[in-house]
Design a protein around this ligand. Structure first.
Ligand code: HEM
Length: 419
């Protein structure tokens, strides 16, 4: 199918196709029900131009899958066009901001991406993560103990929120007393993914960023003096063999791990529990047969994806599906849309924990494929099964749940439930 240039794309003149804020969770219609809109894009404009936010959006499963793995595309905002979407979510819109930017591996290309990812990939490999099972179960049970005796809870504040923070803080070596700060800082820093955030939010992000940096600076110095067995000590030790690894890179790495692993996993557990509570026959199947949990979590990731989109930038002028794409412009891959493509998934909007082929794009792909996927899976599998075992009467409370408004992420701010 032939398409026009990004500037002259006929879709820009098509008044009925949404653009800008209408394609983000800041918009109530899109937030409440993204699929009718994404289904339409997939059919009518699978390479959809959104000039308001400086991006194209891909919605077909195969296009998303292919682009995420294409080595001719990167992620570093320093190689992006000035009006590209990625500039908005990395606070690099001005030349000064771009010069001061300290990217994490999420926004780095080879060779730095490879160097930094290699430092932590061992700690997140599936075998090592499986070794964290007993510790994760103990953390989960302790959280559930705190719920005993209550009849109504907020599944986010009381369970899905604290669980990932406790696990990743434990892994990094953050002390128990500091965990409240960690949760708050990481909730604040992730607000940077809102391309339309206010100045006030920017100030809040800067304050939390500074507090977290100060914390890690001090923690790294302490580990250098007296190494412990945690991941922060491993990173400090890695400086002995890699003299290019700076303290700044270690701080950025720890910050990324904390942010990337917190809200996302909270949303997987929250969205998964919401799907079960609104599809009671599926919940009954899981309670009757907890070994279904692995497949159930994959279906939760597919059905209500915690990260809704990722993105790439072409290193050179190129084209997608006949549509010319200029070097450095953002192309966002809708993971939510890819995961509901009827060409791949029969009855895509149905939640079926026994679905046969639950492979999905929820962890992205290629060299940036989510590093924490094995950990997220472990936490969700343990957390959801343990909660259902301890509280088999779990159900939605008679109060409305509230979705979060943060673009690129999909989850609940509050999810009231009865035990
Ligand atoms: C359900 C939970 C999670 C989801 C849905 C998720 C999703 C994603 C996605 C979509 C990406 C970008 C991939 C791409 O662009 O191809 C990513 C990257 C990443 N994630 Fe996750 N993530 C989750 C949990 C975690 C956890 C628990 C951690 C670690 C503690 C983590 C660490 C990372 C890191 C470090 C990256 C950057 C990898 C790179 O650039 O090489 N994530 N994640």
């Amino acid at each position: 199918m032939a398409r026009q240039t990004d500037q002259d794309n006929p879709q820009d003149k098509e008044p009925t196709l949404p653009v800008g804020v209408e394609l983000t969770s800041l918009d109530e219609t899109f937030r409440d029900s993204p699929h009718p809109i994404l289904d339409r894009l997939r059919t009518d404009a699978p390479v959809h131009h959104d000039p308001q936010l400086g991006r194209f959006i891909l919605t077909r499963h195969d296009d998303v899958r292919r682009l995420l793995r294409d080595r001719d595309w990167g992620v570093d905002p320093r190689k992006s066009a000035p009006d590209a979407y990625i500039r908005l979510i990395t606070s690099t819109s001005t030349p000064e901001e771009l010069a001061a930017y300290e990217p994490s591996m999420l926004f780095l290309d080879a060779p730095d991406h490879r160097r930094l990812r290699a430092l932590v990939s061992q700690a997140f490999n599936p075998r090592v993560i499986e070794g964290m099972r007993a510790r994760t179960e103990a953390i989960t049970e302790a959280l559930l103990d705190e719920l005993t005796g209550k009849s109504e809870i907020d599944l986010i504040a009381d369970f899905a929120g604290p669980l990932p923070t406790l696990v990743i803080a434990d892994m990094l070596g953050v002390s128990l007393a500091d965990r409240g700060d960690f949760k708050r800082w990481s909730d604040d820093l992730i607000l940077g993914f809102d391309p339309l955030r206010s100045e006030e939010t920017d100030e809040q992000i800067a304050r939390s960023g500074e507090a977290m940096r100060a914390y890690f600076e001090q923690a790294i110095a302490a580990r250098r003096a007296t190494p412990t067995g945690d991941l922060m000590s491993d990173l400090v030790r890695a400086q002995e063999t890699d003299d290019t690894l700076s303290d700044q890179e270690i701080i950025t790495m720890c910050t990324l791990l904390l942010i990337a692993g917190n809200v996302t996993t909270t949303d997987l557990i929250g969205n998964g529990l919401h799907a079960l509570m609104t599809h009671l026959p599926e919940m009954e199947k899981l309670k009757a047969n907890p070994t279904l949990i692995e497949n159930a979590v994959e279906e939760m990731l597919r059905f209500d994806s915690p990260v809704t989109d990722s993105g790439r930038l072409p290193f050179a002028d190129t084209e997608l599906d006949g549509c010319p794409i200029k070097k450095g412009i953002s192309v966002n891959t809708s993971l939510t849309a890819a995961n509901h493509d009827p060409a791949i998934y029969p009855d895509p909007h149905k939640f079926d924990i026994q679905r046969k082929d639950t492979h999905h794009q929820s962890f992205g792909g290629g060299v940036h494929m989510c590093l924490g996927a094995p950990l997220a899976r472990l936490e969700a599998q343990i957390g959801i099964n343990a909660l259902l075992k301890r509280f088999p009467d779990l159900r939605l409370a008679d109060k409305p749940a509230k979705r979060r408004h943060l673009p690129s992420f999909r989850g609940f701010e509050t999810l009231p439930a009865l035990l």
